[in-house]
Design a protein around this ligand. Structure first.
Ligand SMILES: [Zn+2]
Length: 109
């Protein structure tokens, strides 16, 4: 899948966790060097019932990261002291669909 994020083309790929070492500990990641977002496919031992729901949420999370990279705010991502606050990334990723609905309802876009 291709996405246009702030004018740049990004690729989204779904990969099996055992085929990508970077998915060993995470369910997704963003590689700004090649504008790539990778989302993990369901693992065999995964007990989450609606994995598609989780994948959509993970994709939103990584898209927020991509927006930050394209905004010039993506560096020091792994820096504990100055990196992005993952809780806030998740908050945006989880609440954005609801915020968008309210924005539409309020006709304030
Ligand atoms: Zn993150």
């Amino acid at each position: 899948m291709k996405l246009n994020i702030l004018g740049s083309d990004w690729t989204v790929e779904y990969r099996n966790a055992d085929a990508d070492p970077l998915l060993k500990e995470d369910d997704g990641y963003t590689d700004p060097s090649v504008r790539l977002i990778v989302i993990a496919n369901k693992r065999e031992d995964c007990s989450i019932q609606d994995y598609k729901y989780m994948q959509r949420e993970n994709l939103r999370h990584e898209i927020v990261h991509a927006f930050l990279f394209e905004s010039g705010l993506g560096f020091n991502l792994e820096h504990i002291e100055f990196g992005h606050e993952e809780t806030m990334i998740d908050w945006i990723a989880i609440q954005f669909p609801k915020i968008l609905e309210v924005f539409k309802e309020a006709d304030c876009l």
